[in-house]
Design a protein around this ligand. Structure first.
Ligand code: NAG
Ligand code: NAG
Ligand code: NAG
Ligand code: NAG
Ligand code: NAG
Ligand code: NAG
Length: 411
């Protein structure tokens, strides 16, 4: 069984963002053209901040050159005035799709051009409606939607004499560790629609990083073209994408975990689907042993965190006159959680059996948007009941463009 299509053999993928297809048909999109001519002669109309301005909060993994890595990394800040533009550097993937929003309004999507300046907020932006000053100062947030492509922040511009304002970090923090499943491979807006992002954003008032990449194994082996497994790559800033290999080759920088402003309280690990594939050189006993040694290293990295190991799910196969789900390393994951728990590690097992049914997994063998939402919803309630985390999201959109309903109620 193949976990994802040939394009996911990452080295074979070309770096062009394609039209978004939904069930084989082109999906209507409303991407906004935010690109503007370089500030040029108008530069005096702007106040420009460098990428290391202390008011900027980077979410997820970014390196010292302000290049984003892994799944759905983001940038957040508040601002005065009515203009926000960002200049993207040479290490920006051309045409990468980003989501952005002002305050609690719905997300909007825009294609980014390498080396270009994009104006996301202008006086005509509805977020600036002065008759509704419900959330001030205004916050601006941006998320890269993909898991392999990224952006490089070169500068942030506000109108002349306007100020950037630091948005305080939320006190809760989650680290997601995974593969294509957490990174939303095959979901409409990829990482931005995946269950990793959906849990992190859906819980509300939570900082999170989705350190997940399609095709990657837990065990340190070359899986689907990813040269290293998570037992190695997780501790490094960059992922296993072709752009990371082009920039860092085989010596990615170690991730400076100590630089994170708040300690991590919770780690959600969902990995092993690629280890459990005959296309890759990993067997059950090496997966089990790698997992058994990986979790204590994660604990050492985040000593205050509860660590949740998610049970893996397989695809649905037709058996006679019904559908059954294939098992994937069920015993191995459950055993790692039990044995480490007995040794006193703060580890628990989240059983995913019964959450997904045939019809929740698409032809690329990954959850549909609805499948991601089901996994995320169950996981959020588990986190609420098991660890007492309040569900703090209070209204702003989390899943973008999942508004399907019957508007012909009399048919
Ligand atoms: C953004 O990129 C997509 C995919 O390449 C393309 O279909 C779309 O026309 C672009 N939209 C804009 C506004 O540039
Ligand atoms: C940002 O970088 C510039 C130039 O690299 C340096 O002069 C400045 O001190 C840095 N600012 C901060 C807040 O680190
Ligand atoms: C982006 O700018 C750099 C110089 O800063 C240049 O070397 C590079 O070719 C440019 N890339 C593109 C795609 O224009
Ligand atoms: C501001 O919001 C109100 C209420 O939704 C609306 O009636 C009004 O047209 C908006 N004004 C602008 C300038 O967008
Ligand atoms: C000049 O910059 C201001 C922001 O201060 C912006 O609102 C305006 O559209 C810009 N004008 C031109 C011609 O680019
Ligand atoms: C995947 O996991 C299942 C159930 O644990 C096991 O029977 C099967 O042999 C595994 N396959 C591979 C390729 O590791």
């Amino acid at each position: 069984m193949k976990v994802f299509s040939l394009c996911a053999l990452v080295s074979l993928c070309t770096l062009t963002a394609a039209t978004i297809y939904e069930n084989g048909r082109e999906r209507p999109t409303r991407f906004i053209d935010t690109k503007i001519a370089s500030l040029g002669s108008n530069a005096t109309a702007w106040s420009t901040y460098g990428p290391n301005a202390t008011e900027l909060s980077y979410k997820g993994r970014w390196d010292s050159q302000h290049i984003s890595w892994w799944a759905a990394p983001g940038l957040k800040f508040a601002f005065t005035g009515e203009n926000v533009a960002i200049t993207f550097g040479p290490h920006t993937t051309n045409t990468v799709l980003v989501a952005y929003r002002v305050a609690g309004l719905d997300w909007q999507l825009s294609n980014i051009t390498t080396n270009a300046t994009h104006q996301f907020v202008s006086p005509s932006n509805p977020g600036l409606n002065a008759t509704l000053p419900s959330q001030l100062p205004l916050t601006f947030e941006l998320r890269v939607t993909n898991w392999a492509y990224g952006v490089q922040i070169s500068a942030v511009h506000l109108a002349k004499n306007e100020k950037l304002i630091k948005v305080p970090e939320f006190s809760r923090r989650i680290e997601f560790i995974g593969d294509s499943l957490q990174s939303g491979y095959g979901a409409t807006y990829e990482a931005f629609s995946g269950f990793g992002y959906t849990v992190g954003a859906g819980l509300g008032e939570t900082e999170f990083s989705v350190t997940a990449y399609p095709g990657i194994c837990l065990h340190d082996a070359n899986c689907w073209g990813n040269p290293r497994g998570q037992t190695y790559q997780f501790f490094h800033t960059s992922d296993t994408s072709p752009r990371a290999l082009a920039l860092y080759n085989s010596t990615p920088p170690l991730y400076p975990f100590a630089s994170q402003p708040t300690p991590t309280d919770l780690v959600i690990i969902n990995i092993g689907t690629n280890d459990n594939n005959t296309a890759n050189p990993v067997r059950g006993d090496s997966y089990y042993r790698s997992y058994l040694s990986f979790v204590p290293r994660v604990h050492e990295t985040f000593p205050d965190a509860e660590i949740v190991l998610m049970g893996l799910w397989g695809n649905f196969v037709r058996q006679g006159n019904t559908w059954v789900q294939q098992a994937k390393f069920i015993d191995e994951v459950e055993r790692v959680a039990r044995e480490l728990g007995e040794q006193g590690f703060p580890v628990s097992y989240f059983d995913t059996k019964g959450i997904l049914q045939h019809g929740d997994i698409g032809p690329t063998f990954h959850p549909t948007d609805a499948g991601h939402i089901k996994v995320a919803s169950h996981l959020m309630r588990y986190i609420n009941i098991k660890f007492g985390w309040e569900l703090k999201a209070t209204g702003p959109e989390v899943q973008h463009e999942t508004l399907y309903w019957n508007d012909q109620v009399n048919y």
